[in-house]
Ligand binder design. Sequence first.
Ligand code: UN1
Length: 476
Amino acid sequence: MMHANLIGGEWVESPDVMLNVNPSNTDDVVGEYARADANAVDTAVAAAQAAQPAWAEASPQVRHDVLDAAGTAIMARKEELGRLLSREEGKTLAEGIGETVRAAQVFRFFAGECLRQRGEKIDSVRPGVEVEITREALGVIGIITPWNFPIAIPAWKIAPALCYGNAVIFKPAELVPGCAWELARILDEAGLPKGLLNLVIGPGSSVGARIVEHPGIHAVSFTGSVTTGQALAVKCAETQKKVQLEMGGKNPMVILDDADLDTAVSVSVNGAFFSTGQRCTASSRLIVTEKIHDAFVEKLLAATNSLRVGDALDPETQIGPVVDKNQLNQNVSYLELAREEGCEVVGGELLEREHPGHYQAPAVFLGASNDMRVSREEIFGPFASIIKVRDFDEALRVANDTDFGLSAGICTNSLKAASIFRRKSQAGMVMVNLPTAGVDYHVPFGGRKHSSYGPREQGSYAAEFYTVVKTAYIAP
Ligand code: UN1
């Protein structure tokens, strides 16, 4: 069966069809998906513009009920959707189901937010005049999502967009159209009026480019690479679109001498290797003070060695395959670079399993320094640089010495060190004795420097991006 795009409330097929392939077994085709073109974006925008005003003016109860029904439907199908997610993306089944649950929670959270929208009433400086500040929908939002969170990232962009009364043009990553298609169908079946959510699966060069240049789209929320995001922002400025970018990370995890060793190892393994290191919140720099360094490395290597790499759908698997051949080749070239730069590389071998897939062992780069390219560039694989430092002051300096600023972690039992780190970290999110990745769904998410641009995502802070403020002056 061909999976069609959803445009103006109709499921539209296309002569251009692409295959969704399972990275754990490249002989397994997850499905065939219609590829839209730039003209489909134009049709979608026209439908979105026609549908959006009535949606924004509808009772918040109407929007609440649709988002709540979508959240309930996702939750009821968490095993099946989690399986589809793991099959198309390659993260483990537990991670796939966990991410699906997160998507359901996001929809329920924003169902509640529909009912919690409030404004402000302020006395004017002019006697007798009152000022009212309210938030209104922007109009039509372009949503461009990456392959590494096939359901949660679409959820945390689409749910707030709809909550605040907008219509959506949604372009998922071509590597993972399966969850995107199911999400579109769930919203359609949840009673979302026609035209409010348009699914346009297709290449960035045509579909993505048209979203970015279309004058009928008022804002674009993008998660992906720094290069694509920066080019997109420049293009969006030409038509004065609001932009929200979530991009890379080179997140530090600082391990201090007084850390609990088991906690330090478990948060490092989780942060660096879970989801095959394919998270912008991954801990790719483990910055370790000298007294604990050797004991930490010994335990970390033992833990890393015992990780079971395999088919994402096998319940025994802890690390699934790399998403595709391109990413695998890139990983391999970074392993070579790590050696050239003088690191001792432990792990990283390409592995064979029952079916042909992109399997690779996690790797640590021992003896790394913070100025090596492998410690500065986002690799997006199951790798971490181990950077030895003298003390907390140097650790803090190294942690902040990066072009990125998404998430930063510290393992310590010192309240003083933890509070100084929280204050001085130049990252958008700080984790104490917790992995840098794996965030809550109801609080703001985002970073600084090259990691992010524009207002925060998630929680009530999402309103900043998905609404526009109106200030009204009222004389009696
Ligand atoms: C998480 O770590 O829980 O693309 C979320 C990413 C991030 C999401 C990470 N935008 O990896």
